[in-house]
Every structure is written in structure tokens, then in C-alpha cells.
Design a protein around this ligand. Structure first.
Ligand SMILES: [Zn+2]
Length: 203
């Protein structure tokens, strides 16, 4: 394991000091709204935006990072018919390709919580107009490669959980863009978190 060295990292865009916690692979500059992925110690630009609060509440708000990954998905073969892809692509049952925006938690949570958040957010696609906030965003645990695997896991689970029996499923997925989305969560008194966009609770 490499020695951890605390360094004063400055925003490449505006020069402000950046908050980087141990293990964070991404950092957000609250002063100018720039986002950076830290790759081998270098700051590489990445788009970071935030969702506004949709469900009002009084508890303390913390922002947790999600990957927002825009993809093109092509279904090459699926031997049992079903409805999800039809709904997902918003067209007729004969359409076999379309775009999906995956919402993948980038912070540590249980596998159940991750699957639930990713599934419901991806199906509802609730953040139409993300924006810049002067907010703190830390706690990045999963990088791009982890997020890609979770997109595929989610796509397969969407198909497998249809009421019919899936026999074969072949697909192609193109990853078009990777962005970070800060989703507001309320910190509840019992230590649980509840998101302020769709109201999902996590432990
Ligand atoms: Zn900056």
C-alpha cells in the first residue's frame, strides 16, 4: 500500500483549495463548480452537478455522489418477450435499442441499498435539470470501472425480473458519458438517510 500523503490540492480552474478525503477519487470545487477525477495524482476534469430538493424536510442535508452514466443499449437477442425495454425506450415493443441514463451510487452502502437506489433512480430518471451548488461532496468509493459493471448488472436484473422466464439475453452497451450527480439526503435522527428526491431510505 502506498503511503498516504496529505497534499494541498488546488482547483485547476480557479485556484481554490479543494477538500479531498482519504480514498476519494473525485473532488468538487464549491467555489467555481469544477469537478475533477484524480487519476495517478493528476486532476482530470469531470462534470459534477447537483439535484435540487424535491421533498421538503427539516433534517440536515448531506449530498451523496452518484454516477450519472448515459448509455446506448442495443438488445441483440432476448428469447422471452417482456415489457420493460419497451417502457424504458418509450416506444413500441419492436424497438430494440435506446438510451438509458443509469444512476449508480458512488458512495459506500449495502448491496441491497445500492441496488434499490440504482433501480428506482434509473427507472424514474428524476433529475431533469441538475445544477451547480456550493455544496460539499465527498465519500467517493466507486470509480468508473465499478460503475460500468453495475450498469450491466442492473440491465440484466431489469430483464431477469420480468414476469416471464428469460432464456437468452444478449446486448451491447455503449457508455457515452460519465458525470457525477450530488443527490441530497436527509440525515434522520436514527442515523438512517433518506433521499430528498424520491424519498428512499437507506441504512
Ligand atoms: Zn474552482
Amino acid at each position: 500500500m502506498a503511503d498516504f500523503k496529505l497534499e494541498a490540492i488546488k482547483c485547476k480552474n480557479c485556484g481554490s483549495g479543494l477538500v479531498v478525503e482519504i480514498n476519494d477519487c473525485i473532488t468538487y470545487c464549491g467555489s467555481c463548480g469544477s469537478g475533477f477525477e484524480i487519476v495517478h495524482g493528476e486532476l482530470q476534469p469531470i462534470e459534477i452537478n447537483f439535484s435540487s430538493i424535491a421533498i421538503p424536510g427539516n433534517a440536515e442535508v448531506v449530498y451523496k455522489p452518484f454516477w450519472l452514466i448515459k448509455t446506448n443499449v442495443q438488445i441483440l437477442e432476448r428469447t422471452a418477450a417482456g415489457g420493460f425495454m419497451k417502457n424504458l425506450f418509450g416506444g413500441s415493443g419492436s424497438e430494440t435499442s435506446g438510451t438509458i441514463a443509469f444512476y449508480i451510487p458512488a458512495f459506500y452502502c449495502t448491496l441491497d441499498a445500492m441496488k434499490n437506489l440504482a433501480t428506482v433512480f434509473t427507472q424514474k430518471n428524476p433529475v431533469a435539470s441538475p445544477q451547480k451548488y456550493n455544496a460539499k461532496l465527498t465519500g467517493f468509493a466507486y470509480g468508473k470501472e465499478d460503475a460500468k459493471k453495475l450498469c450491466e448488472f442492473l440491465l440484466i436484473s431489469f430483464e431477469a425480473e420480468k414476469s416471464d422466464t428469460m432464456k437468452t439475453f444478449r446486448y451491447n452497451i455503449d457508455f457515452n458519458s460519465f458525470e457525477i450527480l450530488g443527490i441530497p439526503f436527509y440525515k434522520e435522527q436514527d442515523g438512517r438517510f433518506k433521499d430528498a428526491v424520491l424519498g428512499l431510505e437507506i441504512n
